[in-house]
Design a protein around this ligand. Structure first.
Ligand SMILES: C[S@@+](CC[C@H](N)C(=O)[O-])C[C@H]1O[C@@H](n2cnc3c(N)ncnc32)[C@H](O)[C@@H]1O
Length: 368
């Protein structure tokens, strides 16, 4: 039997290497986090005779967005530990496009791979979810993850009036918060077993910041409300059923800084008791690159053509998976085209205020 729930199994980014090309913003987030990662490596005080440095990139998609950052880590560790062999373990859930990932890392994708610059690197690939053990105990020096851990292990319920927990209220919101708490602790407990003493995690996670801002909701048009409004229009026009609308609920939870920090700072938490400690947490907004470029070029069509693929890259599989399978696949795909076409038209008609600014919590965690 599959080890993941069916709701989680629809999570797939754009395949064939398209993910990294479409999600320039996610790449910017990792590039800007590189110094944090290098500082975490510095703080480990690695011994010069270290034989193996093992790093995890959890929820790596096609691996393109972290190539530069991982190259910098290898360069930095090599300076201190000249004989170290590097195990770079790429992990994602089983339905990820692993062919695209393997090709990307081995230099057959659209970007140059760090493998061309370093001799002692062994890239390894794992399809174990970050909700499961990935590595042997006590073997990981550095665990990294960006823009991935908001995907829940399973949906606690479907929402009646929105497609995302940011629009949930009452009992439904409580259920999502409880699921988010359980899942976050589960990720941390698994990582705690794998980290060596002194090892660190750098986790760059979508969240809600101190001012209530979150992905696509920092100014102007709220992206998640737009997703919801358009599906509501489809529902009202009889293009989807009520059951299909309700199934559109995305299996995601955006923690607040307090929620991220709690298990790492509360001495009663099993996570804290396992030896994980919060070194630092802060939030940061990385602007939507397409909305920023639009400010300069002012070409609406160019903006819409660049912006829609980025929002499509991570939610199309969920929305397609929510449509009734009794309808032929071709018709379901046409409906999805029409859905993103409607969003595209909205951007063309009134581009101001559209954009997907990235709101992340940056967590540095140490295993004592
Ligand atoms: C938005 S992409 C982020 C990719 C890359 N880390 C980046 O920042 O550009 C999110 C990734 O998380 C993966 N993911 C979702 N749930 C996961 C899980 N339970 N275990 C591992 N990966 C997961 C998805 O398959 C997807 O590849």
């Amino acid at each position: 039997m599959a080890r993941q729930t069916s709701a989680a199994q629809h999570i797939t980014m754009s395949g064939g290497g398209a993910y990294s090309l479409a999600t320039k913003g996610a790449g910017d987030v990792i590039t800007l986090a590189a110094d944090l990662v290098l500082n975490a490596v510095e703080a480990m005080k690695l011994p010069p005779e270290l034989p193996v440095f093992q790093m995890l990139d959890m929820g790596c998609a096609d691996g393109g967005t972290s190539l530069g950052m991982i190259g910098k880590v290898i360069e930095r560790v090599e300076k201190t530990c000249p004989d170290a062999v590097f195990n770079i373990i790429y992990t994602d859930q089983p339905r990820n496009d692993f062919n695209a990932l393997v090709q990307m890392i081995h230099g057959l994708g659209p970007f140059e791979s760090y493998l061309e610059r370093f001799q002692n690197v062994r890239p390894l690939f794992s399809a174990s979810s970050f909700y499961l053990p990935i590595c042997p105990p006590n073997s990981v020096n550095l665990g990294f993850s960006a823009t991935a851990m908001h995907w829940l292990r399973q949906k606690p319920c479907d929402l009646e009036n929105h497609v995302h927990m940011v629009g949930a209220t009452g009992d439904a919101l409580v259920k999502f918060a409880e699921q988010g708490k359980r899942d976050w602790e589960r990720i941390l407990l698994n990582r705690s077993k794998e980290l060596v003493s002194g090892g660190r995690l750098v986790l760059v996670n979508f969240g809600r910041d101190e001012e209530g801002r979150y992905l696509g909701n920092t100014f102007g048009v709220n992206m998640f409300d737009t997703f919801n409004e358009i599906w509501n229009e489809f529902l009202e026009n009889g293009r989807i059923s009520r059951e299909e609308y309700v199934r559109m609920t995305l299996p995601q939870y955006y923690n607040t800084v307090e929620e991220f920090s709690a298990p790492l700072t509360d001495p009663a938490s099993p996570v804290y008791q396992s030896g994980l400690r919060l070194v630092d947490v802060h939030t940061r907004i990385v602007p939507c690159p397409f909305a920023e470029e639009f400010k300069t070029h002012g070409n609406v069509k160019r903006f819409a053509n660049a912006y829609i693929p980025t929002i499509r890259s991570w939610n199309q599989s969920i929305f397609l998976g929510a449509l009734d399978e009794s309808c032929p696949l071709e018709e379901r795909q046409e409906l999805i085209e029409s859905y993103y076409g409607t969003y595209h038209q909205r951007v063309l008609d009134a581009p101001e205020g559209h954009g997907m600014d990235y709101v992340h919590a940056y967590l540095i965690v140490e295993k004592i």
